[in-house]
Write a protein that binds this ligand. Structure first.
Ligand SMILES: N[C@@H](CCC(=O)N[C@@H](CS)C(=O)NCC(=O)O)C(=O)O
Length: 227
């Protein structure tokens, strides 16, 4: 991506929050410059752009004030580049539902993965896995309702919830391998399992997802920090 791009994205490849912005930029065919942050030694640009949370992603559009928080960034991109692959539905009620489930995924679903990571011992992890199964089954129901028999949460094409959950798939696969269990399977979440394969091979997601080696290193770093 050229240096003259009017969009700059401060990010870190293993972050699914960053990946969701990359996914939307790709869906909308927007060129951008990726500025790779070392989260152990944050740049002055990151610290001054996001002084409140000091986190990635940060989006800088045409040297205007930075835009922060992944969901806010993807909604901003959807508003500004609305004609190309809109990700939020036009109906206000459907938009509200999309936002509700994205919020559920961020605050409840991901939190269970964090709890799993922090919980020591197989017995403790088993308990968290039970809650994860229930939450995954709930998301299966959401998929069935939202997709209405079509390929994605967004219907015929990738929408807001597809982006939010889709970018977490690399982590889900990593967690499955690490713990030797399945999050999505044929019995509990058959539709989501099919969706997983579909979204995983989506062209716009390919370069927005990092490899397992980077995830392994990032996981090791998180385990040392254990925030
Ligand atoms: N709610 C934020 C979460 C962003 C976030 O947690 N970013 C992580 C990377 S995955 C980060 O920058 N961590 C650095 C730190 O915690 O110091 C969003 O949606 O953008």
């Amino acid at each position: 991506m050229g240096k003259s791009c009017e969009i700059k994205l401060l990010g870190a490849a293993p972050s699914h929050f960053v990946n969701r912005v990359q996914f939307v930029l790709n869906l909308k065919s927007i060129e951008y410059e990726f500025i790779d942050e070392n989260l152990n030694c944050k740049s002055e640009l990151l610290l001054t752009s996001n002084p409140v949370h000091k986190k990635v992603p940060v989006l800088i559009h045409a040297n205007k004030p930075p835009i922060l928080e992944s969901l806010i960034i993807i909604e901003y991109l959807d508003e500004v580049y609305h004609d190309i692959h809109p990700i939020l539905p036009s109906d206000p009620l459907e938009r509200a539902h999309n936002r509700f489930w994205a919020n559920y995924i961020d605050t409840k679903y991901f939190a269970l993965f964090e709890e799993l990571r922090r919980t020591p011992g197989q017995e403790g992890k088993k308990e968290v896995k039970k809650q994860l199964d229930e939450a995954s089954e709930l998301l299966e129901e959401v998929f069935v309702k939202s997709s209405n028999g079509k390929a994605y949460f967004g219907g015929d094409d990738v929408g807001y919830i597809d982006v939010v959950l889709g970018c977490f798939l690399a982590w889900i696969k990593f967690v499955e391998k690490l713990n030797k269990f399945k999050i999505f399977d044929e019995v509990r979440t058959p539709k989501l399992l099919e969706w997983t394969n579909r979204i995983w091979s989506h062209e716009a997601l390919k370069d927005a997802i990092c490899g397992s080696e980077a995830l392994t290193n990032h996981y090791a770093m998180l385990q040392i920090k254990k925030p």
